[in-house]
Write a protein that binds this ligand. Structure first.
Ligand code: C5P
Length: 400
C-alpha cells in the first residue's frame, strides 16, 4: 500500500544549493500520489525560481507572510491546517536553528510553528556547519519534539569540501515522508469499523436515514490500515471511495450492518463504531410503493439493535470504541454513554454548531475512557483519525 496516496504535503524549500533538487522531490511525491504545495523562504528563491516549483506542483508557490492576495486565497494558518505533513527539503542550518527557537518571521517558519502535522527535515549544508555543536544541539531538541530527520548523506559538496551535509536523494525523502504515516502500532491486529448512515426501508423507494457522510469512519479505517492493522470496514451507503488496502463491506440497513459486523468479528481485536446507525426502523417495510391517498398516515417504528453495545457485551469482547454526536453537554452525555454501553472508549463531538462534525471535512473530538480523557483539537478528519488511532492503540495496549 502506498501511504502517500491522497496525502496533502507541504514542501518547505529553504536557502541552500540543494534547493535545485526540490522540483524532483515535488515530482516524486506527486508520483507517489500526494498533493503537494510549496512554500519557499526568501533565500530559497535565490537558488531556484518559484515558477519552476509552481510548474511541477501545479499550485501557486507561497513565499511571503504579508501577501494580502495569497493570504486571502489560503492564509498561513489554513495552509498549516491543510497539510497532512510538512517536508523541509533542503533544511538549511539557519532554518533548523529558527525552527528550534520557534520563530515565525517568515511564511515557512510560521507554517511550521502553526501546524500540528508531522514534520520531516532533510538537512543540507556545509560539513562544518553540520558538525557544529549548535546545529547538532538544535537537531537533538527537534528530534526530542518528534521531528523526523532524513540524512544528510556524505560526499563531495558544492563548496568543494568532502563530508556529511549533502541532502539525500529525492527518492529517499519520499520514502521517509511515507514513513511519517506508518506507525506500525497496530501491526498484526484485526480492526472492524462501522461507518456512514443506515437506510431503513419504508417501501421499495423510500427510506429513513441521516446526514452522516461516512468521512470520519473511512478516515479511521485508512489510519488503522496505515498503523499496520488488517481492517474490515462495514459501511452504510456513502459516496466515498473505499480506502486502499481495507476490506470494505457495503450494507444498507442497521440489521444488515449488524449481520455484517457479526460475520467480521472472528479474531477481532478492536471494534470502532463510527456509523450513525438509525435508532428505529419501520416495523414493516411495504412490499409495494405506498400510494398517496390524502389520508393521514402513521409509521410504526421499532428499535434497531445497538450494534456497539452488543459487541461490547460479548465475552471475550474486542476493545470497543464508540462515537457520540451531541448538541450540548458533550462530556457528561459521552461519559454516561461510555458507562451505559459498557465500552472502553468514546470519541465525542459537537454537532449542529459551526462547520465541524457531520458532513464536514474537519472535526474536533473529546476522547474519554474510564480513567482519563484527551481533547483532539480541530483538524481535518484524516489527520484527526490518525491521532485517534494512535490513542486507541495506546489504550488498547494499556488495557491488555
Ligand atoms: O446511542 P448513540 O446512537 O448516541 O451511540 C452512538 C454510538 O453507538 C456510535 O458509536 C454508533 O456507531 C453506535 N451505535 C451502534 N448501533 C446503534 C446505535 C448506535 O453501533 N443502533
Amino acid at each position: 500500500m502506498n501511504t502517500l496516496s491522497a496525502k496533502r504535503l507541504l514542501l518547505v524549500v529553504t536557502g541552500g544549493i540543494a534547493a535545485y533538487k526540490a522540483p524532483d522531490v515535488v515530482r516524486r511525491l506527486r508520483d507517489a500520489g500526494a498533493e503537494v504545495r510549496v512554500v519557499m523562504t526568501p533565500a530559497a528563491t535565490a537558488f531556484i525560481t518559484p515558477l519552476t516549483l509552481q510548474a511541477v506542483s501545479g499550485h501557486d508557490v507561497r513565499e511571503g507572510l504579508f501577501d494580502p492576495a495569497a493570504e486571502a486565497a489560503m492564509g498561513h494558518i489554513e495552509l498549516a491546517r491543510w497539510c497532512d505533513a510538512l517536508v523541509v527539503a533542503p533544511a538549511s542550518a539557519d532554518f533548523i536553528a529558527r525552527l528550534r527557537l520557534g520563530q515565525a518571521d517568515d511564511l515557512a517558519s510560521a507554517v511550521c510553528l502553526a501546524t500540528g502535522a508531522p514534520l520531516l527535515l532533510a538537512p543540507a549544508m556545509n560539513r562544518q556547519m553540520w558538525a557544529h555543536p549548535a546545529t547538532q544541539d538544535n537537531l537533538a531538541a527537534l528530534r526530542e519534539r518528534g521531528v523526523a530527520v532524513v540524512g544528510p548523506g556524505s560526499g563531495s559538496q558544492a563548496c568543494g569540501e568532502v563530508g556529511p551535509g549533502r541532502m539525500v536523494e529525492a527518492e529517499t525523502i519520499v520514502t521517509a515522508a511515507g514513513a511519517l504515516f506508518e506507525s506500525g502500532r497496530l501491526a498484526g491486529r484485526r480492526v472492524v469499523i462501522t461507518a456512514g448512515p443506515t437506510r431503513e426501508a419504508i417501501d421499495p423507494v423510500r427510506f429513513i436515514s441521516n446526514h452522516s457522510s461516512g468521512k470520519m469512519g473511512y478516515a479511521v479505517a485508512a489510519a488503522a490500515r496505515e498503523a499496520g492493522a488488517s481492517v474490515t470496514l462495514v459501511s452504510g451507503p456513502t459516496g466515498l471511495e473505499p480506502p486502499a488496502g481495507v476490506h470494505t463491506v457495503r450494507v444498507e440497513s442497521a440489521l444488515d450492518m449488524f449481520a455484517a459486523v457479526r460475520a467480521a468479528l472472528a479474531g477481532c481485536d478492536i471494534f470502532i463504531a463510527t456509523a450513525a446507525v438509525a435508532d428505529y426502523r419501520p416495523a414493516q417495510a411495504a412490499a409495494g410503493k405506498i400510494k398517496r391517498d390524502g389520508e393521514t398516515r402513521t409509521l410504526e417504528l421499532v428499535p434497531n439493535p445497538d450494534i456497539l453495545a452488543s459487541v461490547a457485551a460479548l465475552t471475550p469482547a474486542p476493545f470497543t470504541v464508540g462515537f457520540a454526536a451531541e448538541t450540548h453537554d458533550v462530556e457528561a452525555y459521552a461519559r454516561a454513554k461510555l458507562e451505559r454501553k459498557g465500552i472502553d472508549m468514546i470519541a465525542a463531538n459537537l454537532v449542529g454548531e459551526g462547520d465541524v462534525g457531520f458532513n464536514s471535512d474537519d472535526n474536533e473530538l473529546l476522547v474519554l475512557w474510564r480513567d482519563g480523557e484527551q481533547r483532539l483539537e480541530r483538524a481535518p478528519k484524516t489527520r484527526l483519525a490518525r491521532t485517534l488511532v494512535e490513542l486507541v492503540a495506546a489504550r488498547y495496549a494499556a488495557a491488555r
